[in-house]
Design a protein around this ligand. Sequence first.
Ligand code: NAD
Length: 357
Amino acid sequence: MSKKVAILPGDGIGTEVVAEAERVLARLNDKYTLGIETESALVGGHAYDEHGSPLPDSTLDLAKNADAILLGAVGGPKWEPLDYSVRPERALLGLRAELDLYANLRPAKIYPALVSASSLKREVVEGIDIMVVRELVGGIYFGEPKGVETLPDGTEKGVNSLVYTTPEIERIAKVAFDVARKRGKKVCSVDKANVLESTELWRRVVTLMHKDHEEIELSHMYVDNCAMQLIRWPKQFDVIVTTNLFGDILSDAAAMLTGSIGMLPSASLSGNKGMFEPVHGSAPDIAGQNKANPIATILSVAMMLQYTFGAMSAAGEVERAVSEVLEQGYRTPDIHTEGMNLIGTKEMGDKIIEAIG
Ligand code: NAD
């Protein structure tokens, strides 16, 4: 069976961090004879420059025909004046929608060596291991009606609609229960059921789905309380499942508990197929300077090996190698603290490959 990975580096530091992740993937491919083939294509601003579209048909076809996609990041000041319809960021929405990547998994895990890089106290963050499961192709980002219209009196009205159907909630709840089964066996479903009818439906459907997953402990929380609890006592959470909008915000908050955005991978799944990418953007402020932390993208490769290819040993090896390199004191600038060994993007890639052996 062929195993194909589409490599879409994108713009800015996307190209730098993906280069390191690709080297890590190649090393694991050899070491574990995974039989993975890769093919690269342009996406985002560079694709617009070359083809007049941030998501050319050839790139979309490659993504559709691959088992997994490894994406860097898109966007940058050069393309900001462009019309929204061809902005680099449209490529992400296009890929998510076209491939129906409905489940976004964002782990927020703290590495012992980085506890001091968090803005919260050691005792609050030590041992954090949270997985945010965010619904990615529905909710208020896609619901109709939407838009801005001018009313007869000349004032304007802006509308977005928070729409969820039973099947959409069922499939994301199932992902959350399945993920929890392999972790701490706890799911906290986050909604605003006291105010928003569509999330009242969300709570009802998640509760019904729980009947098939009774070995998992299910709790419900309002989103405002969840935001507070994430800062107050994040260790209470194992898996958080929530809507597109709430997940967007809560996963960023959860992410920052762990130190740097440069450490955070993500997976967007539709069954086994998925797109794997760092949480961060193209970081124009440090692009081309060998300063970007490639670990988020390298850990995204680990998620790909786990979720798409079921290569658990190879995935575990990446996490172990990252831990080892951090324990040895190597740091890119974003996670650097006094007394540690400051290195660049490429050198971090080298060290991780060395640790894989
Ligand atoms: P950003 O994530 O690119 O950068 C935010 C800050 O974090 C910057 O100071 C940056 O230097 C730092 N940073 C990010 N990744 C880092 C890494 N790996 N190592 C070290 N430091 C890192 O967010 P932004 O500045 O708001 O956006 C820049 C561009 O990226 C914009 O065009 C935006 O639209 C785009 N963007 C793309 C994605 C994506 O492709 N998934 C996500 C977010 C933003």
